[in-house]
Structures are given as structure tokens and as C-alpha cells.
Design a binder for this molecule. Structure first.
Ligand code: SAM
Length: 692
């Protein structure tokens, strides 16, 4: 029937119908055809492929899955050798190639002036079709995010930022083809690889932000003159030298001990050239990591790991603290993960450029051997080939201990994790007294409407936080917290306003706001996928159409908005939300939490305000933060009182810091105070125009 129709006619008919209807119509015919519909700047192409009827059932399922076409948007500034810049784009394309994933329609979005498609000279993504689109043509929700970003076509759910998008590509690939177990393994143990936000995980920050940025800067500068090795690369080198901790490492460490005791001189096979398709054993001449190598590569090849059951009694009796430590095989430790796939295009570009400059890589022996080892992973060379990445054959490097020492010394302190604050001695009184002597005490503005409450009984159940597994008591307290935030936002909001619920979790705040204020648009931003999916389900149940969902670290949101809201944004996230609001000159209503997690980050230094900085050191301020977390109901009342005062002081510092940017900020206690141990709330309003 389809064959009888002219292709052009079919094309027009299909394009006039929503995609779902087209597909439904196609699969309901007796002969089943799979149509790949490809839209690009040059118009419409249709590629018909006849599929046998026997596969219909499978196809139905597949087509149904494919109905939700997903669009992947990648930034494009320029092309340099075998990379598309920014490097986040090259990394995303490399992962798609490695996973052999064709599930996304991929768009390159020029960052500067419009770039014609002829500028993407080489086909950098192998057999992947890539389209060009200008920024103003992007879906609205994507326009307010940093790329990469993925949206389901015509949907309101967007995923943004490198880690979130890469994790999504991996999950989609596995869902579409569950036989690709090795792809799912990229997410690591408990599927947590690059899941934590960059401001709380130094590892995510290094992979997602610091290394790609450092390499981009290195390449830009190195075209003019010879550059020193970027400190972030040295930090990676140092991390690769740290002992590895993995789940079940006791067992592997005992095996290592056994091997060491047996004077395991025997050469251990590692993978040979993957291009040959065979696993040629090669002699690895570095026994110290031979056990780790065989454990790691056994997993990649889905082989049995070396047998651990025959430990000698003396090995079994050895104390854990006396067992040998494990060496890195891959970036995160023993196993190959998405972190390796993120780092490879970056380190590759860095090495190519260094080689061109004649730079001596003797300072980077661990990165060099990691780079060689990653090439041995099945599928890596093939993916690199598809992306035109000509991987280098590096010689094995050995550096002297003095050279390694020299390198370590050149990693700046600010790149190191700050551990000193975990050992605070003494209580908060000296710090509080110091502030008091300078006339600074926690002070709370009167609550503008202490007894205002939503009429929860008249609201649909999906609006209420009582849904799900929450206990009645918790649901009541959540409702009380929401009363406070909603009252403050209602006072500030005007019709047409865009309200952003940062750190939205399951959408408790955002959903109430969207329901109560249909004339406003509400955007929910949350890093945890499952929480945001729950929020979307609740919103769908209510039929809300003034709400958007962005799964991202909130740092990837760069849109303009009128009011920023956050209920219990953890630690530094509260300061990130305030920063976003100041930048957008938006009013804000924020209730902080997890004061104990506050610490200096690359972007934020504490204390925040000039007044506090003049009086308190970082360490003294951290004492306040640690004690601000001591407000739990189980604690003695006098401890909780001190906790509340510390909370007030930390938030006063934040309020004053915002006031330095022409805001009027009030710190208020939520009503009733028992609604949460973290019951502070700021309300900030811009007093005059200013941009930071
Ligand atoms: C304590 S929960 C509060 C959730 C919700 N607002 C509520 O009150 O039910 C904090 C949430 O912030 C999210 N979060 C923390 N830092 C974030 C960041 N940088 N970007 C996006 N979400 C973040 C966490 O994933 C978590 O779901």
C-alpha cells in the first residue's frame, strides 16, 4: 500500500500528522515498513526499509519505544584537528560512537555567529548523522541551559550538562538493547559514576569541568607559545597514583598479597591489539599492577576473575591494614567507566599538542600508561577511528621519584580537597563571642504572615506532599514548610512571571506554585533523575501546562527569571541559587539546609560578606556551619538553641553578601518553627538594577 503511494505524498502526509499517529498508522498495516525520517536543513529525506512480518512484534515494541524521539543538542564553536569544540561536544560524540548509539537526533549548535554546515568539514562522528541548528531555533527550555542537552521532542523534560547527558545516553542505549551490558557497566558500581554534582564531588568536577577546560585553554594558548602542563592535568596524574578503594577490595588485596608472596613473577596476559579482533596475550612487564589488570580486563571481557578461593591460611589471617593497596588500572580505580571515556578525548588532544611542542611527558607516567591501557579496551579504538581520532602510540615512561615530587608540588592548593575542616576542636562559643564583640548577632525579621496556610483539604492529592511513601507527620511538616514559601512567593509574583524551583527534588514547591499560579510559568531544576521524573508524573496527573523540568546541576541553568525558590537546597547549593538570582536580578525565597556540608569551592569562599570576612577566618566560619547543623529535635534544647543561633549567623552572612549587590534581604524563621530543624528562610528583593 505504501509502495503504491508516491514517496513525496507519503512524506507530506506523514509530516502533517503528529509523529505518534504516523507510526501508529504505519504499524497497523499488514506489511510493516520502518521509516527513518530525517529532517535537516536541506528538507526531508525518507529512507524506506522493508521489514519481514515475522519481526513485527519486536518492531512494534521498538517503534513504540522510539516514538519518544530524543534530540541531543551539542555546542559547536570550532573544529580543531579531530575534535569539535567545546570538548564536551567531542566527548559526547565519542560516547555515542563507543556505545554505537543511534537513538538520538544530534544537532550542533554554533556558539558564535551562524556557521554554515560546510564548516563541519570532516565527518567527526563517523556514521552518525549530525544537523546544524541556530541557538534561536532551539526549544525554549534548551535555550536556558548550557549544552550538551537532551529533550524528548515536544516535551517539557530537558536534561543538561555533560555528566547528566552522558549518563542518559548510557541508560538509553542499555534500555534499547539490554544485551549491551558493558555499556551499563560504564556507570560503575551502584551506577554512581559522575552522578554527584561537581560542587560536592572533586572527581566529577575534575572530569566534567576542570580537565576539559584546562585542555581547551592549553590548546588555544599553545598555538602561540609553549605552555606549562596545566595544574589540573597534574592533579589527574596524582589521582592516578592514589591507592584504589573498590567494593570487595579486601578479597582482591588478599589475592594480591598471595601473588606477591608467591613472588608472582609469571607474566600476566593483558589484551593485545583489539583491531585484530583477537585477544592476543602480551607480556606485561610490570608485575605490581598485574593482578589489578587481570581483574579489570576480566570484567571487560565478561570472564571469570582470578580465583580467590584458594587463599593460604596465613593470607586469610592477615589484617586488612597489612594488605597491599591496589593500583589504578583506569581513571576511577580498577574498572573502566564513563570517566575514562570523558578523559580520553581531552587527554588525547593534550598529548597530541604536547608532542607537537616537543614537550617531555616524563612527568606524566601514569597518564601515559592509562592512555595506552584505555586503547586496549574493546571498542575504544573502533570508536576513536569513527571519530577520526588518531590515537598515539606512546612509549612507556618512567619518572624518577624527584621528578614526581616536583610535579606534586606544582598542584596549586586550591585544587586540592580541603580536609582540614573535618577536625574542628572546641565549640562555637569563641566564634560567636568574637562576632558579638563586633556587634554581630543572629537576628530574625518578623514573619510577614505567620498563620497563613494553603487550604490543603481542597487541593487535589497530587498537589500535596502527602503522596508517596511520606509519613503523615512528615507530610504535615512539609505542608507547613510549603505554606511559608508559597506565602512569600505569592506576595512577590505577578502574572507572566517565570519562577524557578531550584533543587526541586520531587517537586513539592514547584508543583504547588504551578497549580496555584496558572498565570506564571514554573521551571523545576533537579540533579536527581528519579526525583524529577516523580515530579513530572505528579504534574502530568494534574494536567499542568505551565511547568518545565530540567534535570541538571543548577549551574547549567543560565536563563532569565523573576523569582528563584529553593526549599532545603543543600550546603553550597543555597549559595549557588543566590548567585543565580543575583545574576538574573530575580527576587528569591530560599530555605537552606545541610550547613555542615558548606565548604570553600572553586567558586565560593566563606565567609561570604565583607563584614564577616573582616572578623572571621574560614576556619571560624566553618565552626559556625558545623554547629548550625545541630538543630535536630533529639538534641538537648540548649544545643539546639546554639544550633539555631549558628544557623542565623551563617544566613546573616549570606544575606549581607546579597545586600552588597543591592538587594534587601530578610532572614525569617518559618512558622511554626517545628516544621523543620532547618527552619530559616530568606526573602530577597532587588532594590535597584545592577548586574554582577
Ligand atoms: C533536601 S532535597 C530538597 C528537595 C525539595 N526541594 C524538597 O523540599 O522536598 C535537596 C535536593 O537538591 C538537589 N541538589 C543539590 N545540589 C544540587 C545542584 N547543584 N543542582 C541541582 N540539584 C541539586 C538534591 O539532588 C536534592 O534532591
Amino acid at each position: 500500500m505504501l509502495q503504491a503511494m508516491g514517496v513525496t505524498v507519503v512524506a507530506v502526509t506523514l509530516l502533517d500528522l503528529p509523529l505518534w499517529q504516523c507510526l501508529h498508522w504505519m504499524i497497523s498495516t499488514t506489511e510493516v515498513y520502518l521509516y527513518r525520517i530525517c529532517l535537516n536543513f536541506h528538507g526531508v529525506k525518507i529512507y524506506p526499509n522493508k521489514i519481514s512480518c515475522g519481526k513485527e512484534l519486536n518492531l512494534r515494541k521498538k517503534m513504540k519505544d522510539n516514538v519518544a524521539e530524543e534530540h541531543l543538542y551539542l555546542a559547536f564553536s570550532h573544529q580543531y584537528r579531530d575534535s569539535i569544540f567545546p570538548l564536551h561536544t567531542s566527548i559526547s560524540l565519542f560516547l555515542l560512537s563507543y556505545c554505537d548509539c543511534k537513538l538520538f537526533k544530534v544537532f550542533l549548535v554554533p556558539t558564535g555567529e551562524d556557521v554554515g554546515d560546510q564548516c563541519v568539514a570532516k565527518n567527526l562522528a563517523g556514521d552518525l548523522e549530525v544537523h546544524l541548528i541556530s541557538r534561536c531555533q532551539l526549544p525554549v527550555v534548551v535555550q536556558s541551559c548550557s549544552l550538551p542537552a537532551v529533550v524528548v521532542k515536544d516535551d517539557k523534560f530537558c536534561r543538561a550538562g555533560l555528566s547528566v547527558v552522558l549518563r542518559h545516553i548510557i541508560q538509553k542505549t542499555f534500555e534499547a538493547d539490554p544485551s549491551k551490558k558493558e555499556v551499563l557497566e560504564l556507570l560503575g558500581f551502584k551506577k554512581t559514576c559522575l552522578k554527584a554534582c561537581a560542587e560536592v564531588s572533586q572527581w566529577t568536577r575534575l572530569c566534567e569541568i576542570s580537565i576539559p577546560l584546562a585542555v581547551e585553554r592549553f590548546l588555544t594558548a599553545s598555538s602561540e607559545h609553549c605552555q606549562a602542563i596545566p595544574p589540573d592535568i597534574l592533579l589527574l596524574e596524582r589521582k592516578l597514583g592514589e591507592p584504589v578503594r573498590v567494593h570487595n577490595d579486601d578479597k582482591i588485596r588478599r589475592q594480591k598479597l598471595q601473588q606477591q608472596k608467591a613472588g608472582a613473577k609469571a607474566a600476566v596476559p593483558v589484551l593485545g591489539e583489539e583491531a585484530t579482533g583477537e585477544l592476543k596475550p602480551e607480556v606485561h612487564e610490570h608485575p605490581p599492577s598485574s593482578l589489578e589488570l587481570s581483574v579489570a580486563f576480566s570484567k571487560l571481557l565478561a570472564q571469570e576473575a582470578p580465583d580467590a578461593n584458594r587463599e593460604a591460611p596465613n593470607i586469610r589471617r592477615t589484617k586488612t591494614s597489612d594488605l597491599p593497596l591496589l593500583d589504578h588500572v583506569f581513571a576511577e580505580g580498577l574498572y573502566f567507566t564513563v570517566a575514562d571515556l570523558v578523559l580520553l578525548p581531552c587527554i588525547h588532544q593534550f598529548l597530541v599538542s604536547s608532542k607537537k611542542q616537543g614537550k617531555n611527558l616524563v612527568n606524566l607516567p601514569l597518564i601515559s600508561s592509562w592512555y595506552r591501557r584505555v586503547q586496549e579496551v574493546p571498542g575504544v579504538k573502533k570508536a576513536a577511528g569513527k571519530c577520526n581520532m588518531e590515537l598515539l602510540q606512546l612509549p612507556e615512561l618512567v619518572s624518577s621519584p624527584e621528578e614526581q615530587l616536583q610535579d606534586s608540588a606544582s598542584v596549586p592548593d586550591e585544587l586540592e580537597e580541603d580536609h582540614e575542616d573535618s577536625h574542628f576542636i572546641g565549640g562555637p562559643r569563641p566564634t560567636m563571642t568574637k562576632l558579638m564583640e563586633n556587634g554581630i548577632e543572629a537576628k530574625f525579621s518578623p514573619h510577614p504572615c505567620p498563620s497563613w496556610t494553603l487550604d490543603w483539604t481542597s487541593l487535589p492529592s497530587a498537589v500535596s506532599p502527602g503522596e508517596g511513601k511520606m509519613s503523615q507527620d512528615r507530610a504535615l511538616r512539609k505542608q507547613q514548610q510549603l505554606n511559608n514559601l508559597v506565602a512569600a512567593v505569592t506576595k512577590l509574583a505577578k502574572p507572566g512571571d517565570l519562577i524557578v524551583d531550584f533543587c526541586s527534588g520531587g517537586g513539592h514547591v514547584g508543583i504547588v506554585l504551578a497549580y496555584m499560579m496558572p498565570s506564571c510559568q514554573v521551571v523545576l531544576i533537579e540533579n536527581k533523575e528519579l526525583s524529577l521524573i516523580r515530579a513530572k508524573d505528579r504534574s502530568d496527573e494534574l494536567g499542568l501546562n505551565n511547568i518545565w523540568f530540567i534535570q541538571a546541576n543548577l549551574d547549567y541553568f543560565n536563563g532569565t527569571f523573576n523569582i528563584g525558590v529553593a526549599l532545603h537546597a543543600c550546603g553550597v547549593a543555597t549559595d549557588m541559587v543566590i548567585e543565580h538570582c543575583l545574576r538574573a536580578r530575580a527576587a528569591f525565597v530560599i530555605s537552606p539546609c545541610c550547613y555542615g556540608f558548606i565548604q570553600n569551592t572553586v567558586k565560593f569562599k566563606y565567609p561570604r560578606s565583607h563584614q564577616f570576612k573582616e572578623i572571621l577566618s574560614y576556619k571560624e566560619h566553618m565552626i559556625l556551619c558545623r554547629f548550625a547543623d545541630q538543630t535536630a529535635v533529639q538534641l538537648p534544647p540548649e544545643r539546639r538553641l546554639i544550633g539555631k543561633q549558628c544557623m542565623g549567623l551563617v544566613d546573616l552572612d549570606r544575606a549581607w553578601a546579597a545586600e552588597e549587590h543591592n538587594y534587601s534581604v530578610q532572614v525569617i524563621s518559618m512558622e511554626p518553627e517545628s516544621c523543620s530543624p532547618k527552619n530559616n528562610m530568606f526573602v530577597g528583593i532587588p532594590t535597584e538594577c545592577e548586574s554582577i
